[in-house]
Design a protein around this ligand. Structure first.
Ligand SMILES: [Zn+2]
Length: 160
């Protein structure tokens, strides 16, 4: 376990409206799981952390040994959220068929439930990485997996 893994033992309760837990995931490394049923269209958790610039994000990524796991969330053109000092939402994995969706409000990156989530289900959202950025392979296991965490370019038909 890295230093960062040890820092976060669980989801900080004040930031989540539901009971969530962090444990090993079939998708990748650790994941965040619902410990109780979550109705659809509810605020589940805010994706929190340090608000940093792109230059600082690049600096930190290099400093951490250029990890493959995507952890940053893009708040807007200027700001990126680095969730390592956040509330544990750093462990929410990507899926091409997610049960959460992101909603950006000024200064906040919120995750809402897309559908009813059963207790024990892993929470996921679609990272929607930029289509022209480096393709990041996806192993979410969903039948509709795109194969990459990048979103498809707009105005173009899907290749498969
Ligand atoms: Zn996938």
């Amino acid at each position: 376990m890295s230093k960062q893994d040890r820092r976060i033992r669980g989801i900080n309760p004040p930031v989540s409206r539901f009971r969530l837990e962090i444990r090993r995931s079939r998708i990748a490394g650790l994941g965040v799981f619902a410990a109780e049923a979550i109705p659809r269209r509810r605020l589940v958790i805010e994706f929190t952390g340090d608000r940093i610039t792109r230059a600082e994000a690049l600096r930190r990524w290099r400093m951490r040994g250029r990890p493959k796991r995507i952890t940053y969330a893009r708040l807007n053109r200027q700001w990126i959220i680095d969730p390592w000092n956040g509330n544990g939402s750093v462990y929410i994995n990507h899926s091409c068929e997610p049960n959460l969706y992101q909603c950006k409000l000024p200064g906040h990156y919120l995750l809402f439930s897309l559908k009813r989530i059963r207790p024990g289900e892993e929470l996921t959202f679609d990272y929607k990485l930029h289509p022209e950025k480096t393709a990041v392979p996806c192993r979410c296991g969903s039948p509709r997996c795109r194969g990459v965490m990048n979103r498809m370019p707009r105005r173009r038909k899907r290749l498969h």
